[in-house]
Design a protein around this ligand. Structure first.
Ligand SMILES: [Zn+2]
Length: 154
């Protein structure tokens, strides 16, 4: 392969990353993304009944109160379930396969969908302890992901 072709490949790879879909920031999700930009993993908490929630909502799913605030979590949890994506449904993710798409149950009792990284996908297991890490896409946008951690004593 010529040097010119390699340059084209590198350019294509870069454009591929830039073209990946980005989260849409909505009024109810703004607090989550602002916290993530600070490398904090926040969930909503109901000021009326104390329920922790994720995904973000405009009303509490338990008591329908709109008195919702944000609170930072420990960022620790366990893998509740997962699958390994081996074939990208969207070509913009073709360079990422295989990757782990997981439901993580945080210590605070809420479940969150994300990727588990920094591990061979074949080594991921349900119940594995994980902690949040942040993938910075820009100064304003960081994506919370999870990586394996040592088992914590509670
Ligand atoms: Zn509530």
């Amino acid at each position: 392969m010529s040097t010119r072709n390699l340059e084209n490949l590198a350019e294509m790879k870069c454009k591929e990353d830039e073209s990946k879909p980005r989260p849409e920031i909505l009024p109810e999700t703004e607090g989550f993304w602002k916290a993530a930009a600070r490398h904090e993993l926040a969930v909503q908490c109901c000021g009326s009944c104390g329920q922790n929630m994720h995904f973000p909502r405009l009303l509490c799913h338990r008591c329908l109160s709109d008195q919702l605030t944000w609170k930072n979590t420990s960022g620790h949890g366990v893998i509740y379930s997962y699958t390994i994506i081996r074939q990208a449904a969207d070509k913009r993710f073709a360079g990422d396969v295989p990757y782990v798409y997981a439901i993580v149950e945080l210590e605070e009792g809420v479940r969150m969908i994300s990727n588990v990284i920094n591990i061979n996908p074949s080594e991921v297991r349900i119940g594995m302890d994980v902690q949040v890490v942040f993938k910075d896409l820009s100064e304003e946008l960081s994506i919370p992901m999870f990586e394996p951690t040592e088992r914590r004593r509670m």
